[in-house]
Write a protein that binds this ligand. Structure first.
Ligand code: C2E
Ligand code: CA
Ligand code: CA
Length: 571
């Protein structure tokens, strides 16, 4: 272009309000700290691209100012969206009158992950030829910074706030609040009512927080208060309680129409080693969940020990799930001998579950509750039933009336056809019902009364024996003895121990065994550990004895070796 021509176009541009590209670039640089969106100018004539400099912290751009626009833009575009971008740009250049570019597609962030963006640009032409495009890119997936229901700042504002502390751990606490049963308010009273509750909750919290504390609303019904001014655990508790009191007042003023309570998870900054966003969210969420699990409408202070135990339990749960799916891999049955008290002869064994992981053996006290919670006890319970019956079948070759005891959980009673399973297993293993003893504990029984009595009746009708396990712990409802008439009462070790230490308890135990005998039920004393205990118990005397003194639970080959072939029991 000749110099006179340049002058001419500059004048023409001014007349048409066409700003020079370098002025636009300066403006974008000025706006850089003022917006979360990314402004850009694409100069088609010089083949340059200028974007808000902070875009390079987010996207894998070569620089905020670069040449070779198309290739560089394609490089930052998610592979699957490159076609769409090329097509749109080609169309733009070919067209004589298109004024806008508006495309939703994905750019790669600095970690190479696709991020949805909406790129909107205004095309500026000179004599029909494109000169440049100015525009704005925003991340459409980005979370809202403020929340219009509660009028509070939202999660991404919180994230930005916390990120400014990434290098130094502040002194203070984080209190995460969650409304209890908020979903049911929404379903029972409607979303609008729910929104009103959330707004009020926001107001209440805002009134309770002190100067210098920060409040955010995170997910639907959760709020977070940040105190980085040296607040202590008791300050956090006090704050939580003042919020709870205000909320109670709100419920009262609303005549209990919506009964809302709030739980609080407290995280002390000094308990967080790695002060990253994800860690803080994880820990605070755990603290809130614990507060809810401990009964709701209460607070809980994060402890690393509890968190480690929770992770361990979660790993164990996953491992158990896999093992059950994998043909009960890692599970084993241990057998503990049960003896006739009068003759000292072996009567049978109780089947007890064991679980092996890479770290060693896990005891039932740890994994049975998980199996129950997850329902895995149903397949696991079925498995041990077959194992135990096959074992008993083999033992019968030496001891003709060998009996095997199998524990059945209340979950199996309530949620599976346990009677059918038992009868089928007896048929398949070719065992007589009278040689199987099903052990049920009292504690589970209360909760599932109807199911329980039905099961009890059906098993009795089929000739399977029943034992009431852990007698003497918990409720010890004597009426069960009369109503249900179990074949055997198993006296729990804790009762046996108390009876050893205390005359009153000993008399109670002795009275009980007399009463049970009158009802023609049999008594098995569990947990006999020493010779002294054995001697004292012999005075009762029970019908059956079980305990470490006579034999610990062991693998089936050990059991055969010790109690069948050698019968090496000191009586
Ligand atoms: P439980 O049914 O009361 O089983 C007896 C428990 O007492 C066993 O613990 C046994 O090892 C222990 N024990 C026996 N003699 C003594 C003794 O002299 N001293 C002491 N201190 N303990 C003794 P284990 O094997 O750890 O089982 C714990 C519980 O786990 C069982 O208590 C039972 O409730 C449950 N469990 C075990 N296997 C199964 C199963 O297959 N199904 C179900 N539903 N529960 C099971
Ligand atoms: Ca038992
Ligand atoms: Ca027991």
């Amino acid at each position: 272009m000749k110099e006179t021509d340049t002058k001419k176009t500059e004048k023409e541009d001014q007349r048409q309000n066409l700003l020079p590209v370098d002025e636009l670039r300066q403006m974008i640089a000025l706006f850089n700290p003022c917006t979360d969106d990314y402004l850009f100018v694409l100069d088609f004539q010089e083949d340059t691209y200028y974007i808000s400099p902070y875009a390079t912290e987010r996207f894998s751009l070569p620089e905020y100012y670069f040449h070779d626009v198309v290739n560089n833009l394609l490089a930052v575009t998610y592979e699957k969206d490159r076609g769409a971008l090329t097509e749109d740009l080609e169309d733009l250049l070919a067209s004589k009158d298109r004024e806008t570019h508006n495309l939703i597609y994905r750019w790669l962030n600095t970690e190479g992950q696709p991020v949805w963006i909406n790129c909107r640009g205004r095309v500026v032409r000179r004599d029909g030829e494109v000169v440049y495009m100015v525009g704005c890119i925003n991340e459409i997936g980005r979370k809202q910074k403020a929340d219009n229901v509660s009028g509070l700042l939202g999660e991404s504002s919180l994230q930005m706030f916390l990120q400014s502390y990434a290098d130094e751990i502040p002194d203070g606490y984080i209190l995460r609040l969650g409304l209890d049963n908020f979903k049911s308010i929404n379903t029972k009273l409607g979303i609008e009512y729910g929104d009103m509750v959330l707004r009020r909750m926001g107001d209440i919290i805002e009134q309770c927080v002190h100067d210098g504390q920060h409040l955010y609303r995170i997910v639907a019904d959760e709020f977070m208060i940040i105190d980085f001014n040296g607040g202590t655990a008791s300050d956090a508790s006090e704050l939580y309680r003042s919020i709870r009191r205000s909320l109670d007042q709100f419920v009262e003023e609303n005549h209990y129409e919506a009964f809302v309570t709030v739980s609080g998870g407290i995280l002390l900054c000094r308990d967080v080693q790695d002060f990253s966003w994800s860690q803080i969210m994880k820990f605070s969420e755990f603290a809130l969940t614990e507060a809810k699990q401990l009964g709701k409408n209460r607070e809980y202070i994060f402890s690393q020990n509890d968190y480690d135990a929770f992770l361990k339990r979660r790993m164990l749960t996953q491992s158990l799930r896999q093992s059950v799916a994998n043909n009960m891999e890692g599970f084993e049955v241990y057998y503990q001998p049960i003896f006739h008290s009068n003759t000292g002869k072996l009567s049978g064994a109780e089947a007890l579950m064991r679980y092996h992981t890479a770290d060693g053996m896990v005891m039932p006290g740890e994994f049975i509750p998980i199996l129950e919670e997850t329902g895995l006890i149903i397949p696991a319970g079925r498995w041990i039933l077959y194992e135990a019956l096959r074992f008993a079948k083999r033992m019968e070759e030496t001891i003709p009336d060998f009996r095997v005891n199998v524990n059945v959980s209340y979950v199996q009673v309530m949620k599976s056809d346990v009677v059918e399973d038992i009868m089928e297993a007896l048929r398949v293993c070719d065992m007589k019902p009278k040689d199987l003893v099903i052990e049920l504990t009292e504690s589970g029984l209360i909760e599932s009364d109807v199911y329980f009595t039905r099961l009890w009746k059906q098993l009795k009708e089929n000739g399977v024996r029943l034992a009431l396990d852990d007698f003497g712990t918990g409720y010890s409802n004597f009426h069960y003895l009369n109503d249900l008439r179990p074949d055997i009462i198993k006296i729990d070790r804790s009762f046996t121990m108390r009876a050893m230490a205390n005359e009153y308890e000993y008399n109670l135990l002795s009275l009980l065994s007399g009463m049970v005998r009158n009802l023609e039920l049999k008594v098995c004393v569990e947990g006999v550990e020493t010779e002294e205990e054995r001697d004292k118990i012999a005075l009762l005397p029970p019908d059956f004895s079980q305990g470490f003194f006579y034999g610990r639970p062991c693998a089936q080959d050990v059991f055969e070796e010790k109690f069948i072939r050698n019968a090496a029991v000191q009586w």
